[in-house]
Design a protein around this ligand. Structure first.
Ligand code: ZN
Length: 204
């Protein structure tokens, strides 16, 4: 805990004073451009990865960057999505999966989460479509990457069915864009889902 408190001290004495005006503007309200949905994995830092400042990303995180089916009422995901899209009017939604995702590992190998009933239930409730699609696929060589990519596709399809998102997708005046990303932590690489339906690595 000590290192966290030292970090706060550093923030208060070194960082905050240099950006005092920006923080006082932020205190008046938020207008983020993007809803960024990613995994809770500690190795992902959305602001570091995208080099964005406080106030730019509205972040929703959970195990496996899963978007519950529209109408699902438990948990806070639907509320966060509705708030970002409807109330804050974000212009983009990014679903960012990552290689080496433990949640996806648990989905594909349920014995790895046998002792974690809440994780198992979460994956059963919201990961079944991904699991099924991966099981149906014939991609064996690159299964880990394919699984992460396919999981991102499933979440984007679900997102597009949320009433608030659907309205904004149809809106000419205030449209929204949905984006799929896969982050390779070890390589610092990001692949983007293209119109072809395939992921392509963003050139460094
Ligand atoms: Zn993960």
């Amino acid at each position: 805990m000590k290192n966290l408190l030292q970090g706060v001290h550093h923030f208060q004495t070194q960082v905050f004073p240099a950006h005092r005006e920006r923080f006082s503007e932020l205190a008046q309200g938020q207008a983020p451009s993007t809803l960024f949905i990613t995994c809770s994995d500690s190795r992902i830092d959305p602001s570091l990865l995208t080099q964005t400042a406080p106030g730019e990303l509205f972040v929703l995180r959970n195990a496996g960057n899963l978007v519950p089916a529209p109408g699902w009422s438990e948990g806070g995901e639907a509320a966060a999505i509705e708030y970002a899209v409807e109330a804050l009017g974000v212009r983009n939604v990014v679903v960012c999966g990552h290689l080496g995702c433990g949640a996806l590992g648990g989905l594909l190998e349920p014995s790895s989460v046998a002792e974690l009933p809440a994780v198992r239930r979460w994956l059963q409730q919201h990961g079944e479509e991904t699991r099924y699609r991966i099981a149906q696929s014939r991609v064996a060589d690159e299964l880990p990457r394919f699984a992460v990519e396919e999981n991102v596709r499933v979440q984007l399809e679900r997102l597009a069915r949320y009433p608030a998102v659907r309205r904004r997708l149809r809106s000419r005046k205030h449209p929204i864009e949905l984006h799929g990303w896969v982050y390779d932590i070890g390589a610092g690489a990001v692949s983007l889902l293209g119109e072809s339906g395939e992921f392509e690595r963003l050139a460094a």
